[in-house]
Design a protein around this ligand. Structure first.
Ligand code: PEP
Ligand code: MN
Length: 374
């Protein structure tokens, strides 16, 4: 059971003490506190652990200082959606809102290679009014002899260039906890010109020690990608690891499943799960059409498969798109064959807009119909 306090009830107020004293006297129940900072207000969530089945929601609801009481189902205690749960489905970071009803395009380089390519990318983003990008510095590679990313060496110029072109959030994968410190340090050294969303890739979805470390820091939000060979439930539990350590600013990323049944796509596209994740949890959902499809193959209607699956994810309500672009794909050090070309950026943005409009119309239509009972 979760108790959410009324805004303005601070931890040192008499009302709060009265409430916690009452809870402390309940047999077989222990509590843990968590402060949730929104842009306008801070509230405290009190987690009741133990024999909560014996408690009546109405009794707890009538206690002083209580705004809301949520009876938690077993799954995804923090990030899940529970009965009568009115907790938010969004968070704000560096002036950008990420929620279950927003949409952001993170077009960028799979891997940072040269400063010139980073600058060309950032300039193009600004030219098309985009505020977010992806930039891989630490690359988890299947082959130990493949390019592993420039790591720390490229961070400063990536952040400076992001700031120069008005990019507010850079999604960047981390594969080790030391990378978080390196990113924080480089941001400080450059005067925090941009923000970073830490990405945990599909190979690390169940790296629990990394999850705990990234979950304990609150500076950066996290994009957690679904594990490519585990169940959705297992991946959502991995997201819950981040939240249970304190970081609730988590976006869940769909990037396809590893299975030869998806051939000729690189991974079996799983964007049908966008609404499922939104129903089960309060996380915004990201799709990664580049790593799902893995090629520039084109359908007979003239649309690239990458465009097709992007639209499929958006029309199902996706909130974020991670997509590979490159100024010179033939010279990219990682994933050049799946990258979109810079000249395709305005076309991509327009195609996304069309799909989003269709989604918004679909949800309006759904809202105009009464929900049938049963
Ligand atoms: C990536 O986004 O660069 C990446 C490696 O993705 P994934 O973890 O989904 O393979
Ligand atoms: Mn890649």
């Amino acid at each position: 059971m979760i108790i959410i306090t009324q805004p303005g009830v601070s931890r040192d107020s008499p009302v709060f003490s009265e409430l916690t004293e009452y809870l402390a006297a309940l047999p077989g129940i222990s509590t843990s506190l968590h402060e949730v900072h929104g842009t306008e207000q801070t509230v405290t969530e009190i987690y009741l652990i133990g024999n909560t089945a014996a408690l009546e929601v109405e009794d707890i609801q009538s206690l002083p200082g209580v705004e809301q009481v949520v009876r938690v189902q077993q799954a995804y205690r923090v990030l899940g959606r529970h009965l009568d749960d009115r907790r938010p489905t969004h968070f704000d970071y560096n002036g950008v809102r990420f929620g279950q009803d927003t949409l952001h395009i993170f077009a960028g380089l799979c891997a940072v290679d040269t400063r010139e390519h980073v600058e060309a990318m950032m300039r193009a983003l600004q030219g098309h009014g985009l505020q977010c990008t992806r930039m891989g510095a630490y690359k988890p590679r299947t082959n130990p002899y493949s390019f592993q990313g420039h790591g720390r060496a490229c961070l400063r110029y990536v952040f400076e260039l992001a700031g120069k072109y008005g990019v507010r959030v850079v999604a960047m994968e981390v594969t080790h906890e030391s990378h978080v410190d390196e990113i924080r340090e480089a941001l400080e050294q450059t005067g925090n010109p941009t923000g970073v969303m830490l990405q945990i890739g599909t190979r690390n979805t169940q790296n629990f020690e990394l999850l705990k470390h990234v979950g304990r820091q609150r500076d950066f939000p996290v994009l957690l990608k679904r594990g490519f060979g585990i169940t959705l439930e297992e991946s959502l539990n991995a997201a819950e690891y981040l939240a249970s350590e304190g970081n609730r600013r988590v976006v869940f990323g769909l990037r396809g499943m590893k299975s030869s049944l998806g051939d000729p796509h690189r991974n079996f596209v799983d964007f049908g799960h966008v609404p499922v994740v939104k129903r089960l949890t309060r996380m915004p959902v990201c799709i990664d059409p580049s790593h799902s499809v893995g090629s520039r193959d084109r359908a007979p209607d003239g649309l690239l498969d990458v465009f097709h699956v992007t639209a499929q994810g958006i029309i199902a309500g996706a909130n974020m798109i991670l997509v590979d672009f490159h100024p010179q794909p033939a010279r990219a050090l990682v994933d050049g064959p799946q990258a979109l070309h810079m000249s395709e950026l305005p076309y991509f943005v327009e195609d996304v807009r069309i799909a989003r409009e269709a989604y918004l119309k679909r949800s309006e239509l759904a809202a105009s119909y009464a929900v049938p009972s049963g």
